[in-house]
Design a protein around this ligand. Sequence first.
Ligand code: IMP
Ligand code: MG
Length: 181
Amino acid sequence: MNAQQARTMLLNADLIHSETTVQTALADVAGRIRARLADKNPLVLCVMTGGVIFTGQLLPKLDFPLDFDYLHATRYGPETQGGKISWRMAPWMSVKGRTVLVVDDILDEGVTLAAVKESLIRLGAEEVLLAVFTDKLNGKNKPIAADFVGLPVPDRFVFGYGMDVDGAWRNLPAIYALKED
Ligand code: IMP
Ligand code: MG
């Protein structure tokens, strides 16, 4: 998508959560994560690429010792069963015996994050917790629930705060949805 198309896309989108709402939710979810993980020396794993904004703004709000690394996983294809993901980049640090906090932008159908969690457990993680900034209210029976959620989003294509629309607008501080027609 070129710059002009990206601008038009944004002009035609609906604002779902303002920057103020996003920052309030961020402070709230950070508080819950602090309460749960302060004495766990967790390994925090950012799911690239969508998780980068949430993770980047969350980490300075966690006032306890932790390790940080990232992963990049993708599904092989629609026929793939849960658990079969392709690591574009596996975490470099060992997860063995660790409390792991996986941080991503959105829980949609949950297939990818369920497979990521299963893999991390198989790699020896003691406990895997999942933080997503948004949880899509799609009415589906998700194979995984998030332990920490920032905000709900409607069952529409949303973008901003790490989420892209054809590669654009991950950098927005607020969350928008494409107009439905
Ligand atoms: P799922 O939970 O396995 O269905 O896949 C989740 C991934 O799909 C997320 O990490 C996003 O990269 C992408 N995704 C799902 N819904 C949206 C959306 O509304 N906007 C942008 N990306 C989305
Ligand atoms: Mg993603």
